[in-house]
Design a protein around this ligand. Structure first.
Ligand code: XMP
Length: 502
């Protein structure tokens, strides 16, 4: 395992990911982690990330621990400056920020093995190393930085960022560190990850029972399937039908997962609808749905004798958002996966996916042989159709939206751009408009269509859907869904709009 130590760089995740792309397992740790926690973890090497400036240089001695673990260390940007200071070199605080491409000239070193002597790299720093520790060797420079890389015993420091695409040979440099310097073997794969996780879940829970709230989404399904592979029927999945699911979703989840997961399906449709009656405010809807869910789940958990653990599909980005386990740059924000349930329930948490990114979870889903429809699912909000019905939620309106949504999904799956679409859905608006059908005047409801492309859901742009597709949808929805006589298409990006309408 390669430990990537986070000093707050925006690129930390990218480093961990690149290492895994090189088929070596990596995990991210906060720079404040006790070094002892890294011992005995089959550690093969350490990568120190960059970080926001020299903020931590006042008490840098505490980071000496990372150099005392008897494995090679690669320091990137701040990581390089840190090593320089610790071993007696000197770092100059720069007023000018060097940002962007730079031509690098290298001299012989294992880290640059098999690479051209000069190539373009990506720089992003203010401070710079102006004196290297005694008995180290300067191994690269640029026109403006005479010490762009140095080597000191088994430490390699790089002022530039090998993890970003703009650095030519970046991956090769990382591979050199992993394979040549750490002697790590490129033998990690998702299949190995499954085996490791199965071992560690079995160790952790023994023959105790584990429960899991399944939403039918990718993350919770993959986390549950993996846990079930480790402990079989001792994993009990709880799926709550809140009446706000998509067309035949409950049946589909049950049919696809019942052979793999010991699954309990709870029909709570009436209960949710009763609590939502007359509620219009979106945040109120969310709160009611969240509370009801917790109450139902707690009750079910109490009925399961000897349940000591709760498995959650928390992913790495969720961990970062909640400010857990990583370094100083994190945005602290509570997350529904991480906060909430366990505190009130006194269950220990298992999070087998907490070091992975979404696309890695999908890969894991394939390795676990989950049906493609689950692995490829688009995000669907926890409060379900309730936040896509603007205004009051009732059975009739849910039925309208569900029918429109079914047609939309049927048609959308035929699009060759479907895999590129982040989300595509219908929204039921709280207004009526005049229409004409046959010879009759109608006064019916409006469906809005929304389709967005996005990297991570934080920003998004609307998808330029083919005209023929839009016109087919408009025809089908107005013809097949009772009470709808108008279809509009949302052409707003995020920002200024959000992806969901509520
Ligand atoms: P917004 O609407 O904030 O959506 O631009 C960004 C992403 O988050 C999803 N979303 C939710 N997911 N509970 C969830 O589990 C929610 O209350 C919720 N609201 C939005 C949304 O579908 C999109 O993928």
């Amino acid at each position: 395992m390669i430990a990537v130590i986070d000093f707050g760089s925006q690129y930390t995740q990218l480093i961990a990911r690149r290492v895994r792309e090189c088929k070596v397992y990596s995990e991210i740790y906060s720079c404040f982690i006790e070094a002892d926690r890294l011992r005995g973890r089959q550690l093969e090497g350490i990568i120190l990330s960059g970080g926001p400036g020299s903020v931590y240089q006042t008490r840098i001695a505490r980071f000496r621990k990372f150099f005392e673990l008897d494995v090679p260390v690669l320091g990137i940007c701040y990581g390089m400056q840190l090593a320089a200071e610790i071993f007696g070199g000197k770092v100059k605080h720069g007023k000018k920020h060097e940002y962007g491409h730079a031509g690098l000239n290298t001299s012989r070193s294992l880290i640059f093995k098999g690479i051209d002597k000069s190539f373009n790299v990506w720089m992003s720093h203010g401070d710079r190393v102006i004196k290297v520790p005694v008995s180290s060797k300067i191994i690269a420079s640029t026109a403006s930085t005479s010490i762009a890389a140095f080597q000191f015993k088994r430490f390699y420091g790089l002022q530039f960022h090998p993890e970003v695409h703009h650095t030519r040979y970046g991956i090769k440099i990382i591979k050199n560190f992993l394979y040549q310097i750490c002697q790590a073997r490129p033998n990690w794969s998702m299949k190995k990850f499954v085996d490791q996780q199965i071992g560690s879940i079995r160790n952790q829970v023994g023959n105790k029972k584990v429960i899991c709230a399944l939403s039918g989404g990718v993350d919770s399904t993959v986390a549950a399937a993996l846990t079930a592979k480790a402990i079989g029927n001792n994993l009990i999945g709880v799926f709550v039908d809140n009446g706000l699911l998509r067309y035949r979703e409950r049946e589909e989840v049950y049919r696809s997962l019942k052979s793999r997961i010991n699954l309990r399906v709870i029909d709570a449709r009436r209960r949710f609808l009763a609590r939502l009656a007359g509620v219009i405010d979106p945040e109120k809807k969310r709160k009611i749905i969240g509370h009801e869910f917790i109450k139902i789940f707690e009750k079910e958990a109490r009925r399961i004798q000897g349940a000591n653990y709760l498995v959650q599909g928390t992913l790495y980005p969720d961990v970062i958002e909640s400010g857990q386990g990583v370094g100083p740059s994190v945005v602290i924000k509570s997350h529904h996966n991480v906060g909430g349930l366990p505190k009130r329930m006194d269950l220990q948490i298992i999070e087998p996916l907490r070091s992975l990114f979404k696309d890695e979870v999908r890969k894991l889903g394939y390795v676990l042989n989950l049906p493609n429809r689950f692995v490829e699912r688009k995000p669907f909000p926890g409060p379900g159709l309730a936040v896509r019905i603007i205004g009051a939620v009732n059975e009739k309106r849910i039925e309208s939206l569900r029918s429109a949504e079914r047609i939309l999904q049927e048609e959308a799956r035929q699009l060759n751009i479907y895999p590129r679409i982040w989300q595509i859905f219908a929204v039921l608006l709280p207004l009526r408009s005049v229409g004409v059908m046959g010879d009759k005047r109608t006064y019916d409801h409006v469906i809005a269509l929304r389709a967005v492309e996005s990297e991570d859901g934080m920003t998004a742009d609307w998808v330029r859907l083919p005209k023929a597709f839009l016109s087919r949808l408009s025809n089908r929805i107005t013809n097949e869904v009772k009470g709808i006589n108008r279809v509009v298409f949302d052409i707003t990006s995020k920002p200024p709009a959000t992806i969901e309408w509520e």
